[in-house]
Design a protein around this ligand. Structure first.
Ligand code: ADP
Ligand code: ZN
Length: 527
């Protein structure tokens, strides 16, 4: 198969091997460029069709296409799928028995493979490098290339060694592919992999069939259930939670509510994980409740919704996770519920994380960008695409377009919150979170308010014009705008350098007022 000749080999392979009539998007140009021996950097959204971009050149060029992929758990599936199409594929990773590995190595050396999948850590083993020297490599495909970027959200140290491929095999073309890249990550991938001469193929990241919706958390599981019952009964979908415990609880809750839901996280044994994944892929209408350990490389076209019950750690992660919805191009929902507590929890995770100050700063910046997306009064898609360096107009298919939130002048409300935070900050030994601030503003004489004499503060009761939810919204938005930040285990609110401008009346604060029922955007029935 790899010795085809003639002018339109690529199209021939597309039809005969993969059974498709035409190329999509930039596939044709990318494939021609690689077949001709050029390097490429391919940025294409999930479901865009990246695999063919290296699989076809591997079949057209002489030798074996070597694919570096971090998705060890999926290698067997990928190889099986290719084998079913008549493509000769194998993989090498740490899960294999020595004799299995040796067989693949023999096939590689005798040229009886078209594609060889390698886990990145294999390249650290000198024997692997020597093996590649002894065979004929037609190209290197570096999948999930964003894993090389420290700026990104999914850094893997093993990927750094991939820059050596070019030094050792300067004549073998390389193609790096990813579905997630801000302009910063994009630049970093090119630099770290030394893709100096590579052509960059950047597809639009817009997924017009996905409706983006973000709403404040009140009773998150009930909100989720409402979404499933009203808009996605019997649909397949993924629900992401931050912790394993909350995955288990949420899956249990859904099952009790009559939904076919399965849990997936790294704490389950391998067998259960594999079974649940297989059921999700094969059966109709299964809801997978998972941590972000689930989903990379999963190719299920009819995932109708992706729901987040907790704030994702970055816009890149959010985009990649929501991108698993609607690969078939049909209408799908990306729904997120988030609250103040999420911000507290993420900040705490960052504070507790290993890594230096620069690393923590980067992670903090990722959270800030995610918060800004949540609290925007503009089109979600415009903001999302702007993050990936694309411009566009309002989309008409996100919650803010369909049900525009009113903007209101929240300067005075902001001043009330900030001056309460300022007064509490003087009580050095005691730390207070949002709950206490709201109780003070609303003039509630709770035990904790009395205990600390907070009913004697001048701000006590000055916020009776708004209810608890509205105040939580104000505080969330002050966090999103960098006018407040949180510290420590209990989510103590503290002022930032920018707070002074609001307190000193040098800066206005525009806030978003949540629409009455943020969730109802598609149909107009009542609940
Ligand atoms: P990605 O890796 O970018 O997420 P895949 O390579 O898995 O995307 O492709 C997504 C889906 O689109 C797959 O089911 C694939 O078979 C299909 N596909 C890719 N290219 C074409 C094409 N030219 N015509 C029809 N279907 C395609
Ligand atoms: Zn929009």
């Amino acid at each position: 198969m790899s010795t085809l000749d003639g002018i339109d080999d690529a199209h021939d392979v597309l039809r005969r091997v993969f059974g498709y009539d035409s190329f999509r998007g930039d596939q044709r140009e990318i494939i021609d460029h690689i077949v001709a021996g050029g390097d490429a950097l391919v940025l294409m959204p999930t479901g865009g069709g990246k695999s063919l971009c290296y699989q076809i050149p591997a079949l057209v060029r002489r030798g074996v296409g070597v694919v570096i992929s971090p998705l060890i758990a999926l290698m067997q599936d990928q190889v099986d799928a290719l084998t079913a199409l008549g493509v000769r594929a194998g993989f090498l990773n740490s899960t294999q028995m020595p004799h299995e590995r040796q067989q693949v190595e023999r096939d590689f050396l005798s040229g009886e493979l078209d594609l060889l999948y390698l886990a990145p850590e294999r390249l650290r083993v000198d024997a692997t490098m020597r093996l590649l020297d002894q065979g004929t490599v037609s190209l290197f495909a570096i999948d999930e290339a964003h894993c090389v970027a420290q700026w990104g959200h999914d850094f893997r140290p093993d990927y750094l060694a991939l820059s050596e491929l070019h030094e050792r095999w300067p004549d073998v073309p390389r193609v790096a592919l990813t579905a997630t890249a801000t302009p910063e990550t994009h630049r970093e991938i090119a630099a770290r992999l030394k893709l100096d001469e590579a052509r960059h193929f950047v597809a639009s990241f817009d997924r017009p069939n996905i409706q983006y919706r973000i709403e404040p958390k009140q009773e998150p599981r009930r909100q989720l259930l409402r979404l499933l019952r009203e808009e996605h009964p019997d649909d397949a979908g993924i629900v992401y939670c931050l912790s394993r415990a909350s995955v288990d609880k949420t899956a249990e809750f859904l099952v009790q509510s009559g939904v076919t839901a399965l849990p997936y996280h790294a704490g389950l044994d391998g067998r259960t994980r594999a079974d649940n994944q297989a059921r999700f892929l094969r059966e109709d209408g299964v809801v997978m409740v998972a941590t972000i350990a689930f989903g990379m490389g999963i190719d299920k076209p009819d995932v109708r919704f992706v729901a987040h019950l907790d704030l994702p750690k970055s816009v890149e992660g959010y985009y990649q996770e929501t991108g698993r919805a609607g690969r078939d191009g049909l209408p799908s929902t990306a729904w997120l519920a988030y609250g103040l507590q999420d911000v507290v929890q993420l900040r705490k995770m960052i504070d507790d994380s290993e890594g230096n100050a620069a690393h923590r700063r980067r992670q903090g910046a990722h959270v800030d960008a995610m918060l800004a997306l949540c609290e925007t009064v503009e089109c979600r898609r415009v903001q999302l695409l702007a993050y990936f360096g694309e411009k566009g107009g309002p989309c008409g298919n996100c919650d803010t377009c369909l049900n525009p939130p009113a903007a209101w002048d929240g300067t005075i409300a902001a001043q009330k919150v900030l001056s309460t935070v300022f007064r509490l900050a003087r009580e050095r030994r005691q730390k207070f979170g949002a709950g206490q601030i709201i109780d003070i503003l609303r003039g509630k004489k709770t035990a904790k308010v009395i205990q600390f004499d907070h009913d004697t503060l001048s701000v006590f009761g000055v916020g009776e014009d708004l209810d608890d939810n509205a105040w939580r919204g104000v505080i969330r938005q002050l966090l999103a705008q960098g006018l407040l930040t949180v510290e420590g285990d209990y989510g103590t609110l503290v002022l930032t350098d920018a707070s002074g401008d609001v307190l000193g009346r040098r800066r206005e604060v525009m806030l978003r007022r949540e629409p009455e029922r943020a969730a109802r955007t598609r149909s107009s029935g009542s609940s």
